[in-house]
Design a protein around this ligand. Structure first.
Ligand code: NAP
Length: 323
């Protein structure tokens, strides 16, 4: 629970994960400085302003990740920062430097610099499994864990710009923490799904929507398991509140292949005539039910894949993305 009157900043508070995090923080009594890209865009603000407690505990700030002063204004007066804002583009990218790399890496440096300058106690950085895999040199007989890092050269060669942006941004965060002595902890979620609070659809829910529409992509390089959006939000709060939490935290209900996920969707929703995909879509990826042991040890009980899928499909229906 929040210390009396404690204020925290959530960058990317308008986003898919950010909205659930803001909601849980308000429920716990935190004062929340949530950042949005455009204060005049109701698609970014309305669902946040409708949250319980928003009237008294929520303040919205407009930031651009490349504009340091805008970030200072949002972080000022807070004891903790959750840094989620980062462009999430996994489709074709025309200008990787400006669309992805600069906002992710310079944005992270700007947020951490502001946090350090303003005396913030702890920063939780939202990285991704995209900073863990693809990793060519990981031993074939060992389940991937927090010691595993994405192969940067592989990303450059295969134009995996999103994975490159998340990997370099997380590396920059660790470098900053070490050099400047800032308390940083990291959460590395898998494919995040579940009920949507914003009116727009994000990249991971789009993955499920496309599958339901018959798309045969197997996301070979960017899938390592799914996780419920509420569990991701809770994971952020757990690593913030537990001073014993350190380092990276893999956040998936299990390490699984996209083929496992697609097969479960097909079993639960035969009416959508899903494509038949191979089961082993991530060659060499060892499956594990206890991969997120660090978060389990902090008390997180992960919602299983079946429930993640059911709540996601329900949300896609409610928001009229499918009928
Ligand atoms: N969804 C997943 O499966 C998944 C998995 C692992 C990690 N993550 C990470 O989790 C975080 C949140 O992802 P999400 O799924 O919630 O995506 P999202 O809904 O697209 O949220 C991204 C947020 O970042 C903000 N943002 C992007 N570029 C910005 C910029 N230049 N300046 C200021 N704000 C900017 C967005 O603002 P607008 O809404 O105004 O565009 C949005 O609030 C990201 O760091 C992502 O890499 C996501």
């Amino acid at each position: 629970m929040a210390k009396e009157g404690e204020a925290v900043c959530v960058t990317g508070g308008s986003g898919y994960i950010g909205s659930w995090l803001v909601r849980f923080l308000l429920e716990r009594g935190y004062t929340v400085h949530a950042t949005v890209k455009d204060l005049n865009d109701e698609k970014e603000t309305k669902h946040l302003e409708a949250l319980e407690g928003a009237n008294s505990l929520l303040r919205l700030f407009q930031i651009d990740l490349l504009d340091y002063d805008s970030i200072v204004a949002a972080v000022n007066g807070t004891a903790g920062v959750f840094h989620l804002a980062s462009p999430c583009i996994v489709d074709e990218v025309r200008d990787p430097e400006n669309e992805l790399l600069a906002p992710a890496i310079k944005g992270t440096n700007n947020v951490l610099t502001a946090a350090k300058e303003l005396g913030v106690r702890r920063v939780v950085v939202t990285s991704s499994i995209s900073a863990i895999t693809p990793s060519r040199y990981w031993p074939a007989d060992v389940v991937k864990n927090e010691d595993c890092w994405t192969d940067v050269e592989y990303c450059k060669h295969n134009k995996l710009w999103y994975s490159l942006s998340k990997t370099l941004a997380e590396k920059a965060a660790w470098e900053f923490a070490k050099e400047k002595g800032l308390d940083v902890v990291v959460v590395n979620p898998g494919a995040v799904m579940g009920p949507m609070l914003p009116p727009t659809i994000n990249a991971s829910m789009l993955m499920l929507l496309r599958l339901l529409q018959g798309c045969t992509d197997i996301y070979e390089d960017i899938f390592m398991g799914s996780v419920h959006v509420k569990d991701v939000a809770l994971a952020h709060i757990l690593v913030y509140e537990n001073t014993s939490a350190t380092g990276r935290h893999l956040c998936v209900e299990a390490i699984s292949h996209y083929g496992d996920f697609a097969a479960k969707v097909a079993e639960l929703y035969p009416e959508y005539n899903l494509p038949r995909l191979p089961k082993d879509t991530q060659p060499g990826l060892l499956r594990s039910k206890i991969a997120s042991k660090k978060l389990m040890d902090l008390g997180l009980q992960f919602i299983p894949m079946e429930q993640i899928i059911k709540e996601s499909v329900e949300s896609l229906k409610i928001k009229n993305f499918i009928s």
